[in-house]
Design a protein around this ligand. Structure first.
Ligand code: FPP
Length: 255
């Protein structure tokens, strides 16, 4: 996407220049969407995958640098086996079908979470898609799979402890960047906006460290209904907020 096209979109949607650098989304409400339509839960997940397509494309077009989607939490393993299997199949299908489109849109795929717990075939598909998109310089699409922010923090602390033991890190020098550097999100830009759909107002073990200064946006819209206009509204809301980062001035100039 050229800058000119991006400018056009920003003006079409009446947005300001400051687009969130990194958006995290807790995609919730697939089951209720299906239930409202007297459909099986899996129909909700299928429709949710369509929202993923739309939102990934628009984020890329708007110049968002990173989009992290909470696609499968560590807690989601407790769901009925049939639903888990369906979600895994859906993920594989998405990766296979979207690979061309991701490359066309210059999207780089990355994963966070305990990927080794996923079925082998899903791991292979993820590995392939990650490799095939590694050279892209546009949006980084991060799929959080088998993810728990607390587990990610524990892993970071263990790695830090190992460095201290080896003598390559001094405990007295540990600071915020040290912790950040050992998280799975280390190379990603600061999270500016967290969105949760379906009216629930929790962060459910998602990006706990990273969301320290993020704006939180909750919408009653169910994930399968979260499309272009909804994303635009959430970015407009973000741009209307006065972000002071604990100080008195609006340091990053949003609003
Ligand atoms: C939450 O809705 C959603 C999930 C646990 C899975 C998210 C998966 C998708 C959006 C589809 C596939 C993803 C990709 C990346 C292709 P829920 O089932 O908890 O809804 P409910 O709270 O209404 O029951």
């Amino acid at each position: 996407m050229t800058n000119k096209k991006r400018e056009k979109l920003i003006s079409k949607y009446q947005l300001q220049e400051q687009i969130p650098r990194h958006i995290g989304i807790i995609m919730d409400g697939n089951g209720r969407w299906a239930q409202n339509k007297h459909l099986p839960r899996i129909a909700g997940h299928r429709a949710g995958a369509e929202s993923v397509r739309t939102i990934v494309r628009l984020c890329g077009e708007l110049g968002v640098q990173a989009l992290t989607l909470y696609a499968f939490s560590m807690e989601n393993w407790r769901r009925p086996n049939q639903e888990v299997q369906f979600l895994m199949r859906l993920l594989k299908k998405y990766l296979r079908q979207e690979l061309k489109e991701l490359n066309r849109n210059n999207v780089r795929l990355k994963t966070i979470g305990k990927i080794q717990l996923l079925p082998n075939s899903v791991q292979q598909e993820l590995h392939y898609a990650t490799q095939q998109t590694a050279h892209n310089k546009g949006l980084t699409l991060v799929l959080a799979l088998s993810y728990s922010a607390r587990v990610d923090l524990i892993d970071a602390f263990k790695k830090i402890e190992a460095e201290v033991q080896k003598g390559t890190l001094r405990a007295e020098t540990i600071n915020e960047p040290t912790i950040q550097n050992f998280l799975s999100t280390a190379e990603l830009p600061e999270v500016d906006l967290i969105i949760r759909t379906s009216g629930e107002m929790r962060v459910s073990n998602f990006l706990l460290w990273e969301l320290a200064y993020a704006e939180l946006y909750f919408t009653p819209t169910l994930w399968p209904d979260f499309r272009e206009q909804e994303l635009i509204q959430s970015i407009q809301a973000f741009q209307c907020r006065n972000r002071r980062f604990g100080g008195l001035k609006n340091v990053r100039g949003v609003q």
